[in-house]
Design a protein around this ligand. Sequence first.
Ligand code: NAD
Length: 429
Amino acid sequence: MPNTPRNSRISGFHRMSPQERRDTVAGFAGLDAAAVERLADTGNLDAGLADRLIENVVGTMNIPLGVATNMKVDGEDVLIPMATEESSVVAAVCNAGRQCYETGGFTTSLSGTLMIAQIQAVGVADPHAARLRILDRRDAIKEVCDGCDPILLGLGGGFRDVEVRVLETAGGTMLITHLIVDTRDAMGANAVNTMAEKLAPRVEEWTGGRVYLRILSNLADRRLARAHAVWHLDAIGGQGGGEAVRDGIVSAYQFAAADPYRAATHNKGIMNGVSAVVLATGNDTRAVEAGAHAYAARNGSYSSLTRYEVTKDGHLSGSIELPMAVGLIGGATKLHPTAQTCLRIVGATSAERLARVIAAVGLAQNFSALKALATTGIQKGHMALHAQNIAMMAGAVGEEIERVARTLVERGTVRIDVAQAVLSELRGA
Ligand code: NAD
C-alpha cells in the first residue's frame, strides 16, 4: 500500500526475536526476501550474542578486517589487526612502518591507566569552602570508591586521588569533583561511573548542594599514549629526494598546528588508524575519538595531535600524544570472538601495551597521509582501490572488476558513468 503512512511506533519491538524484528522492519521498509536473508547472516558474531550486546538487534554489520605488517613497536615486531571500511588505511600503516623499520620503528609510552569520573554539584552556598571539605575527606572517599570494586582493588587498581574544581557556568557556580581511578586493564567507564554514583550522596552531605551528573570524562588525560619515530631521509626518498619529503611533511604539520580546518582533517587521518584498531579489539571507538579531539583542543584552539621536527642529523622526527582509554576486559572486548582473536594477533597482554601500539598506528597513519599529501597527492594512492569500488558500483563482477578499474585509472577518470561505459564495451566485446 504505497500511500499508507508508515508508523515507527512499534509496540513491543524490543521484546521480539531478531527474526520477528527483521520481518517487521522488512514490512516497514519494503525489503525483499534476499535483503532479509542477508540481514539474518550474522557472520562471525553469534546471533544470540549480538542480541545481548545491544538493543533491537536485526543483524550485524560486517566491516573488512585487515592486518598491518612492517610495524616494530618498542623493539618488538607486531602484526596489527585493523577493522575499517576505508581503502588505503591499512596500506598507509604498512608503508610508514616499512620506512622506519630499519631505524628502530616506534618507541612508545603510556602516562598511566588512570580514568576520571566527574560529580557535578550545584547550589552550593560556599563552593570554595566546600571544595576544601571534600578534599579533607580523601580517606573516606577512597574507602567508598575502593569498596565498589574489590576485583579492581585486588588487581592493584582503584582510587588514586580526588580533585575539586569550582566552575563558573551560565547556570551559576558549580562544584565539580574528579575521582582519579586506576582501572588497570579495563577501559573503566562502568567502573568509575559506579564509584561516582556511590559517592554522590556523600558529596551532597558535605557540600549542602545538589548532585546531578555522575559520569566519567572521556578527556582521559591521565591515560596519554605517546609514540615517536625517526624516518631517515634515504628511507623516505620520493619526488625531489628525502629533503623535499621531510620539509613537505613538516610544513603540513605546521599548517595543521595553526589551522583548525586543516587540523580536523589531519586528526581524522590519525583516527583512521586509531579507530580501526580500537574497533578490531572490541573497544569503544567513540570514547577514544572524543578523548582525542578534546585533547587536540586542550589549549583553547583545535590543533594537531602529532608533531614533526628535523633531527640534528637532518632526519624527520615524528611524535604523537593522545588519550587512549582502551581495555582488554569490559564492553565487547572479552565477548566478541573476533576481538579476542585480534588481541591475540596484536599480542597485547595488557591494556597499556595495546594503547601504546595504537598510538604508534596513529603516528604511522599520519606520516603516510602527510607524505602522500606533500608529494604526489592523496588521490593517486587511493585511486586503484577507489576505482575497484566504482567498478563494482557500476555492476562489474569477478574479473571484470579489476579490468574496469584498470581502464578507469589508465584513462584518469574514475567515475561511475565512465565505469558503466567501460563495462558495456567489455561485455559487448
Ligand atoms: P566493565 O565494567 O565491563 O569491566 C571492568 C571491570 O572488570 C572492573 O571494574 C573490574 O571489576 C573487572 N576486571 C576484571 N579483570 C580486570 C583487569 N585485569 N583490569 C581491570 N578490571 C578488571 O567495563 P569498563 O571497562 O568499566 O567499561 C567499559 C564499557 O563502558 C565499554 O563498553 C564502554 O562502551 C562503556 N561506556 C562508556 C561510556 C563513555 O565512554 N562515556 C559511558 C558508559 C559506558
